[in-house]
Design a protein around this ligand. Structure first.
Ligand code: ADP
Ligand code: MG
Length: 394
């Protein structure tokens, strides 16, 4: 199993660096958004899955009130006082670890000294949420060494890790990533209502459905913040317009009904397109859930492909490279559906397919993408996987 191999690799790396056996480990997966594109900040519905790629943190407590942390992905190692973690501009990556230490202390845990090594088989910065996985793995590891009741409050733990990223690292991200990493369930997709935080797991069995994440390796200029900020502002403005027009207590696009979008003369045509995407995307998430409940993967895949079409034409957050990956996939036998995943303007496509076509699909994607764009896509074959856990070595 991939997970055990990764923990073992981390254990070996810890022994090499610190010359003793580690006591504990925290492991947390990345995630992929299957449905619910740009719905989270509109207080709508999302349907992600945790994937079988993870960050592992292993290590031991130490008497000295000092933390020493090394990542195989980032040299050099860092050391800091766990009672008062401070930013280091030369090791920004360590802020994700320090942020969790800080938030655990704020929540009442008293994190003492520790040594840790971080190992990961998640691509970093590719949109499969290595940052949340690092936070959640760190939290699970530290709570194994320094127990605190928050470990039993899984939503509280996800929110704590989100605060680490928002407040300590300074990245304004939603709860989706940490939620998925904490609540992941093998063979299941996860439904989350971003307003009420109500959540459920829905069957997505690996013997019927595999997930291929295909990275375009391009990020268009809009991806680096401008496009995201603009879309958020447009969604807020559209919601204000609907509130004014209808006199209803509309706070976000979550509160707007499809028939209201279908009959909105006077709304700026750009804002109408954005609203159309979000309102119908919420509906697609609910229909996707229904399809999964009925075991109808064909209907579920169709939702993915419909989402992509909506991203392309209404939300305008796709890019030719993602469109190509989606198009090539949709023409391949055994593919249920495909769409862009994440913020957009480049980044990754997610392709849901039957287990026995992973190889031929990967070959076709590589061959045709190379012809069109002169380079290879990054391919990450995966399945819906289990969420985070902490453990002690025997
Ligand atoms: P994503 O979450 O999509 O991978 P982010 O930009 O949100 O992209 O987070 C990536 C950052 O998280 C990296 O730049 C690094 O600072 C940190 N990070 C992720 N994984 C590791 C790791 N294994 N070791 C050290 N830092 C990591
Ligand atoms: Mg991230």
């Amino acid at each position: 199993m991939r997970r055990n191999a990764l923990i073992d690799e981390a254990r070996q790396a810890f022994i090499t660096r610190f010359g003793r056996e580690p006591e504990a480990a925290g492991i947390a997966p990345g995630r992929v958004e299957l449905l619910g594109n740009h719905t989270d900040y509109n207080e709508g519905y999302v349907l992600p899955a945790a994937i079988d790629r993870s960050v592992v943190v292993v290590g031991s407590a130490r008497e000295a009130p000092q933390a020493r942390v090394a990542s195989l992905e980032r040299e050099p190692a860092v050391s800091f006082d766990p009672a008062r973690p401070e930013h280091d501009p030369d090791a920004r990556w360590a802020d994700y670890v320090k942020g969790v230490v800080h938030e655990l202390n704020e929540a009442g845990a008293s994190i003492g000294g520790f040594d840790a090594v971080i190992v990961s088989d998640l691509p970093v910065g590719a949109g499969v949420s290595s940052s949340a996985a690092l936070e959640v793995a760190t939290a699970q590891f530290l709570l194994t060494l320094y127990p605190h009741p928050i470990v039993g409050d899984r939503m509280g733990l996800a929110k704590l890790c989100q605060r680490a990223e928002n407040d300590f690292v300074g990245a304004p991200t939603g709860l989706l990533d940490q939620f998925s990493s904490v609540f992941g369930r093998q063979g299941h997709a996860l439904f989350l209502d971003c307003r009420t935080l109500e959540h459920r797991a829905h069957n997505l069995p690996a013997d019927q459905a595999r997930i291929l994440i295909a990275d375009t390796h391009v990020k268009h200029s809009l991806a680096s913040g401008g496009g995201y900020r603009e879309r958020r502002a447009q969604c807020e403005e559209a919601a204000r317009w609907f509130a004014q027009q209808t006199g209803e207590p509309i706070k976000t696009l979550r509160d707007v009904r499809p028939e209201q979008v279908d009959n909105a003369p006077g709304l700026d045509p750009i804002l109408l397109k954005r609203a159309h995407h979000v309102v119908y995307e919420n509906l697609r998430v609910l229909m996707g859930v229904e399809a999964l409940q009925g075991g109808n993967l064909g209907a579920f895949g169709e939702m993915l492909s419909n989402t992509h079409e909506s991203c392309r034409t209404y939300f305008e957050n796709s890019a030719p490279e993602v469109d190509a990956l989606v198009e090539i996939s949709q023409a391949h036998p055994g593919v249920y559906g495909a769409k862009l995943t994440g913020g957009g303007w480049g980044g990754c496509a997610v392709i849901l397919h039957e287990p026995d076509v992973t190889e031929s699909l990967s070959e076709t994607l590589t061959r045709e993408y190379r012809v069109r764009f002169g380079r290879d896509p990054g391919l990450l074959p995966t399945v819906a996987a289990q969420g985070a856990e902490g453990m002690r070595f025997e």
